[in-house]
Design a protein around this ligand. Sequence first.
Ligand code: GSH
Length: 212
Amino acid sequence: MVILRGYQFSVYNRIARVALHEKDVAYEIEEIDPFQANLPHDHLKRHPFGRVPVLSHGGFDIYETAAINRYVESAFEGPSLLPTEAETVGRVAQVVSIVDSYGYRPMIRQVFAHRVFRPSVGEDSDKTEMSQGLEASLPVLGALNALAVEGRVLNGKAFTLADCHLAPMIAYFVQAAEGANALKEYSAIVDWWAFAAERKSVVETDPGLPSS
Ligand SMILES: N[C@@H](CCC(=O)N[C@@H](CS)C(=O)NCC(=O)O)C(=O)O
């Protein structure tokens, strides 16, 4: 049995779900809000950093979304999300790392959270966080655009672990009008997003917003 322990609005939770849907893996969801004051002891045992998601498969628990998705790719049948050509393998890992290291904080924690999510739940938001996040997102989009132009990944043809990682981030980022506007400058990512946004796994895992 596969259980995804996560928070429905977590972008990382959705990244893992996109991979599970791509591989057509049946799974159960255990909802855990990582922002709550006292995380359950069981969760901290599975994830010593108190974040989400954690994937459990039989007696095997794994956290860190890039690792979860590599596990899902290896453990289950279904279409491959990891091409075999060496350069493409490298590019897939590079996109995942760029998204985690440089994209998540500005695009999600600053732009999406302060412009979209916090207002939707009636929490205060900070315009400075939003604008700093927007500025810091631009080199990330530029780097991803260059990789999409090169064409080994994010090419609108093969759907890989790179697509699984980036699609939920862009889905949240463009919900901010300023994010959608900024994206227009990066035409290869615009073209890729037109493809990825329609992908069944991406559509099926859209969590919406708390108020919707
Ligand atoms: N490196 C982790 C990041 C996961 C992460 O940051 N998840 C967020 C939700 S999107 C979280 O649990 N945040 C709780 C917190 O920051 O305290 C991964 O790849 O899984």
